[in-house]
Design a binder for this molecule. Structure first.
Ligand SMILES: Cc1cc2nc3c(=O)[nH]c(=O)nc-3n(C[C@H](O)[C@H](O)[C@H](O)COP(=O)(O)O)c2cc1C
Ligand SMILES: Nc1ncnc2c1ncn2[C@@H]1O[C@H](COP(=O)(O)OP(=O)(O)OP(=O)(O)O)[C@@H](O)[C@H]1O
Ligand SMILES: [Mg+2]
Length: 561
């Protein structure tokens, strides 16, 4: 629209473009016909038809009341026309409205300046909404202030998604920091634990042993904390399977009950014949325990903790919950404790956020639970009001047909005759971890050849092929150089397809959740104990299909064509 056109319409003049609110937008305006009675024009019809809420207030009346409100304004706020005419707009404000924003509005209106800001308002039924309000003065041709014009826009959805994505970014950043730290820590603890274990077998003196036990206890607690941090960072080595959640909860209900103490009563309300959910049962147990312990702490005088299960179908509301549409199993833990204010709910799942006294809580319980649930493609939801207890809801995707069953861990096998003679290629970049593994393996009688990275490992492997071939590749997953553990295993598989492979990993991204099952390779989580290492090595050596070459041929041989 050109200025000439505007003048031709005869109703407005002296435009004052507001650069920040739009190219041709007016911050104030002058009108030639001041009254509100002329309602027969197409412009009035347009104002009534638009979906943009609009009002006029009369600053010449006491307290600047609303003189006109269009239908869209009534739709937005839920009020009837008669309920808003004659009132100052502040009736839209409420308990959580930012007082500074109100003061900004007041100042601008006093000085007859236009203003645009976002303010928290409330509808007639009490529902809060974010209102992007624009206000500007309207003058007559003599320069007298006639009205204030305002338009309102409900921007709640945009604000909420901004907030959610800011929170998600913050958690992502903390997660990355945490993962890096926890990874290094895992390696250190591996060395500490392993050496303490080696020392343990050489120390007889009771007093010295008790020192050692204490050191080992502390190192194990350290490993547990590191595990929680990795879970938060969604970098746990998960073994998700199709699990009957009810059965799982039943199985550890006794353990839960004893952890809750005598003051807290545990009630189970498990929906019958639920489909299976895909999750790692050990981590699930840990998450439920963390949440249950919070409930216990929130009910120092005792009370009831109810765990219930249900099936949930999400479609339209799935994206709002950050999930893909489909069927979910919901596990709810409801307590009767002190509850949480909103600012605690907002931060409860952050690692190291705790309201407990120093030494009482590490702030990792819910961080672990939320990371685990997300890594399992589910979601954790918190609901609470101060004094009214808390509800923690975990959602896990329902298993499709027999998904996850292939992920069953290989059955435990007893040590085979290979033990003590097998030749193992040990590839690990950390010298301390490597030395420790070597000592443990050699202690059990294996022959070990070391390499410090993937490339060196492959070279050693090729060299040994002719005269002393390897029976097992035991490699770290994350290593510097051009070849990580997976690349090395792939390269070795091209030379010796049947060679068993065992991978050690503290954290990594590709392997999480699916990769170990898909590639059919055994994975050993760090830090591992000596017994675990030896168990997994002998299992890997004994894997079905691999011992074909080693079986003693029968006297009759095999039929030939
Ligand atoms: C035309 C006009 C529209 C207004 N619209 C809103 C609104 O949508 N939401 C709101 O919170 N305040 C709105 N206000 C501001 C309040 O009416 C009032 O000016 C503000 O609360 C500051 O004054 P107070 O401190 O006396 O309450 C509007 C004011 C005017 C003049
Ligand atoms: N059921 C609950 N009722 C009331 N407040 C809770 C509840 N669950 C969690 N909270 C609050 O959330 C905070 C974080 O919980 P989280 O489990 O992550 O850490 P923590 O319990 O403080 O320490 P940790 O679990 O590592 O020992 C708690 O300190 C507490 O303020
Ligand atoms: Mg806790």
């Amino acid at each position: 629209m050109h200025d000439d056109d505007r003048k031709a319409l005869g109703s407005v003049g002296t435009p004052a473009p507001a650069s920040q609110t739009g190219r041709d937008h007016r911050r104030d305006t002058t009108v030639t016909h001041g009254g509100l009675d002329e309602r027969g024009s197409v412009f009035f019809a347009a104002i009534e038809m638009t979906r943009m809420p609009m009002i006029l207030t009369d600053p010449n009346l006491p307290d600047n009341p609303i003189a006109f409100a269009n239908k869209a304004f009534l739709d937005l706020t839920g009020y009837e026309e008669a309920e808003v005419l004659g009132r100052n707009c502040r009736f839209l404000q409420g308990a959580q409205t930012d007082r500074d924003s109100v003061a900004e509005l007041r100042d601008a209106i006093e000085q007859r300046q236009s203003i645009a800001l976002e303010i928290l308002n409330y509808k007639r039924d009490g529902t809060p909404f974010w209102n992007a309000v624009f206000i500007g003065p309207v003058y007559d041709t003599s320069g007298n202030l006639l009205y204030f014009f305002a338009s309102q826009l409900d921007v709640t959805r945009r604000r909420e998604s901004e907030q959610a994505s800011q929170q998600a970014q913050k958690m992502e950043a903390i997660g990355q920091l945490t993962a890096g730290l926890a990874h290094d820590f895992n390696n250190l603890l591996q060395v500490v634990n392993g050496n303490l274990e080696l020392l343990g077998s050489r120390i007889e003196d009771a007093k010295q042993r008790s020192y050692l036990e204490r050191a080992r206890g502390a190192a194990e607690r350290g490993a547990k904390l590191t595990g929680q941090l990795l879970a938060f960072a969604r970098k746990t080595r998960l073994t998700p399977r199709a699990i009957d959640v009810n059965e799982c909860i039943h199985a550890f209900a006794d353990m839960l009950e004893s952890s809750l103490g005598s003051r807290v009563e545990l009630h189970l309300s498990l929906r019958r014949s639920l489909p299976k959910a895909v999750l790692d049962p050990e981590q699930f147990e840990m998450a439920i325990l963390n949440i249950a312990l919070n409930a216990r702490d929130a009910m120092p005088a005792g009370g009831v903790l109810t765990i219930s299960t249900a099936k949930l179908h999400l479609n339209g509301d799935a994206p709002a919950r950050g999930l893909t549409p489909g069927d979910y199993i919901a596990i709810e833990l409801v307590d009767e404790g002190e509850g949480m204010p909103d600012h605690v709910i907002a931060r409860a799942a952050e690692p190291f956020f705790t309201t407990k006294a120093t030494g009482k809580g590490t702030g990792l319980g819910l961080a672990m639970a939320t990371g685990f649930v997300q890594q399992s493609r589910g979601r954790m939801e918190l609901e609470s009001k101060v004094g009214e207890g808390a509800t923690v809801r975990l959602l896990f995707p329902v298993a499709v047909s027999n998904e996850g069953e292939k992920g069953q861990a290989a059955p435990l096998s007893s040590p085979t005759e290979m033990r003590g003679t097998a030749h193992i290629l040990l590839v690990e970049d950390n010298a301390d971890v490597r030395t420790l593994a070597r000592e443990n393996l050699e202690g059990a009688g294996y022959r070990v050849t070391e390499a410090e990275n993937g490339d060196a490992g492959l070279a050693v492997f090729k060299q040994a092929m002719a005269d002393d071939p390897f029976d097992l590749l035991f490699t770290d997953l994350v290593m510097p150089g051009t070849m990580n553990g997976i690349a090395l295993a792939d390269a070795v598989a091209r030379l010796a397809p049947d060679l068993p492979v065992l991978m050690a990993t503290g954290y990594n991204e590709e392997l999480v959740a699916e990769e170990p099952q898909r590639s059919g390779r055994d994975v050993l989580g760090k830090p591992y104990r000596k017994a675990e290492l030896l168990d997994r090595v002998s299992q890997a050596l004994a894997k079905p299909g691999r011992d074909g070459d080693r079986r003693v041929p029968s006297d009759f041989g095999a039929a030939e064509e």
